[in-house]
Design a protein around this ligand. Structure first.
Ligand code: NDP
Ligand code: BG6
Length: 483
């Protein structure tokens, strides 16, 4: 299969927080891979900006080390590292004051696309936005890129959006949800809207329920202080899982263009119904053997924050009436495994009475690892002995069917940053989507806080708390195995 790399236009990308964790682990290694793939033009420039006192040479050395550590650099790419680093520059700046802005303004080229990545705490977003205009660095064509969390509730997200809207048009604001940049997430749209097979079945008449799982083996890492004030609902469900749900549930947009897609997603979020207390299970991991507990990890012995959450969501519209969407995510679970499973209804009548029961067809879209899709179908077990039914998957593991094309595909951050430079907002969240998501999430969080909900304990390396199974048992259903 031919890989088609289309170089983007020359650009200046300014990374505020260019010395931070996200810049070193994700943004710059991602840009380096795009450079190696030939997508980044030679006259593009990346300017790191932070308070640390560093010369441009010291910054390049720091980033070179980070790329070697986090960039999955192969032998051939290592040779290109110096050429990539030559395109980097550094500005010492305090985004809350005026230090460094004049210097930055003198470096940013007005005749090229300029994009500003706010890889800093959200409390600094407003300061940067204001000063970009005050120092006349931004042009009407500039883009700003902001990272989650977009607030911690509706009110704070409205304030954050207002502080950005005071300086930039919505068409210039790129809110990153890196799940939207994942290859298989986009494939979800290709499968749904690029085949005649699925769309006629994509509704309450044929679908029994949907399971969305994002299981992680990692814990809170070095982000304990942030995570403990956030928890799985704010960190994962309000954004990543919500976006997946939207892509599955939305009506076909008229065109694959930013506002057409985002309008449809917004309608889904607005159609989400209440979640009752018995439809939600919060969990917190405890250490197994010599593993640390969540409370030790976040250094808060009295924490009641959830590191696991599952819930049953309802979309109150014609297409999805009566079809539950079960969402589940957690840290320190037994496997890293993210998938969306569309579980179809059983047959209305089986003609194979004595041949074993035909099971539900399941379309499973695997986000990570081993990206791909399987469709469980019922077939006759080969051989003599009459008609015996078994279920087997039609298996489309991308690395097997697509080979190097799948392997070389850009990761989420790489793709999204290139989309910013191209000016394509399809895979970014609009302000009204974020606010609608909080409108649904806030009452759920408020309700568990009001009843002093205590998360159920689960063992590190398990599938989550036992109560999560009860949620399914009550409905006569089962979670799929986390494998
Ligand atoms: P870090 O704390 O590692 O980095 C923060 C950066 O901001 C540093 O480069 C720091 O540099 C700079 N900074 C802080 N204050 C100022 C200031 N007044 N003026 C200029 N620069 C300043 O944070 P992360 O990289 O982890 O996170 C950045 C953003 O990305 C946050 O919004 C976070 O929530 C979000 N995010 C992070 C993820 C991750 O995996 N790390 C994942 C998803 C989102 P210096 O001290 O030199 O000024
Ligand atoms: C981030 C969350 O947005 O996504 C982290 O803040 C989480 O807590 C991460 O670990 C998961 O991303 P991925 O791409 O590793 O599934």
């Amino acid at each position: 299969m031919v890989s088609r790399i289309i170089p983007v236009d020359p650009f200046d990308l300014i990374i505020f927080g260019g010395t931070g964790d996200l810049a070193r682990r994700k943004i710059l290694p991602g840009l380096f891979r795009r450079f190696c793939a030939g997508q980044m033009p030679n006259n593009a420039r990346i300017i790191g900006a932070a308070r640390s006192t560093l010369s441009a040479e010291q910054y390049k050395a720091q980033i070179g080390t980070a790329i070697s550590e986090f960039g999955n650099v192969t032998g051939n790419q290592a040779k290109q590292l110096n050429a990539f680093l030559a395109q980097l520059d550094y500005v010492k700046i305090d985004v809350k004051g005026e230090d460094g802005w004049r210097n930055l303004a003198s470096k940013v080229r007005k005749n090229f696309v300029n994009a500003h990545y706010f890889s800093v705490a959200p409390s600094l977003f407003g300061d940067i936005a204001k000063r970009l205009n005050h120092w006349q660095i931004a042009t009407p064509d500039s883009r700003i890129v902001v990272e989650k969390p977009f607030g911690r509730d509706l009110e704070s997200s409205q304030k954050l959006n207002a502080s950005l809207a005071a300086q930039f048009d919505e068409g210039q604001i790129y809110r990153i949800d890196h799940y939207l940049g994942k290859e298989t997430v986009q494939n979800l749209m290709a499968v749904r809207f690029g085949n005649v097979l699925f769309e006629p079945l994509w509704n309450a008449q044929y679908i029994d329920h949907i399971q969305i799982t994002v299981a992680e083996t990692v814990g809170v890492g070095g982000r304990g202080a942030y995570y403990d004030t956030s928890g799985a609902m704010r960190d994962m469900v309000q954004n990543h899982l919500m976006q997946l749900l939207c892509l599955i549930a939305m009506e076909p947009p008229a065109r694959f263009d930013p506002d057409a897609v985002r309008d449809e997603k917004l309608k889904v979020i607005r159609a989400l119904g209440d979640v009752k207390p018995h439809e939600i299970v919060r969990g917190q991991y405890d250490g197994a053997l010599d593993a640390q507990s969540y409370r030790q990890d976040v250094e808060n012995p009295r924490s009641f924050t959830e590191s696991y959450l599952c819930l049953k969501a309802h979309i109150e519209n014609w297409r999805w009436s009566g079809v539950p969407f079960y969402l589940r995510t957690g840290k320190k679970l037994k496997e890293r495994s993210s998938e969306i499973a569309i579980v179809f209804k059983k047959l209305p009548h089986s003609i194979f009475k004595d041949s074993g029961e035909a099971k539900n067809n399941v379309l499973a879209i695997r986000l990570q690892p081993n990206e791909g899709m399987t469709m469980d179908v019922t077939i006759k077990e080969p051989g003599p002995g009459g008609m015996r039914l078994i279920q087997l998957p039609l298996d489309m593991t991308f690395s097997e069917v697509l080979g190097d094309t799948a392997h070389d595909a850009p990761d989420a951050y790489e793709r999204l940053i290139m989309d910013v430079i191209r000016g394509n907002q399809t895979l970014f969240m609009r302000g009204d989507e974020v606010e609608a998501a909080w409108t649904w999430t806030d009452p759920i969080i408020n309700a568990w806080e009001a009843r002093n909900d205590v998360p159920k304990i689960y063992e590190t390396g398990s599938s989550g708390p036992d109560d999560a199974n009860l949620l399914m048992d009550r409905d006569g259903r089962q979670w799929r195995d986390i494998t």
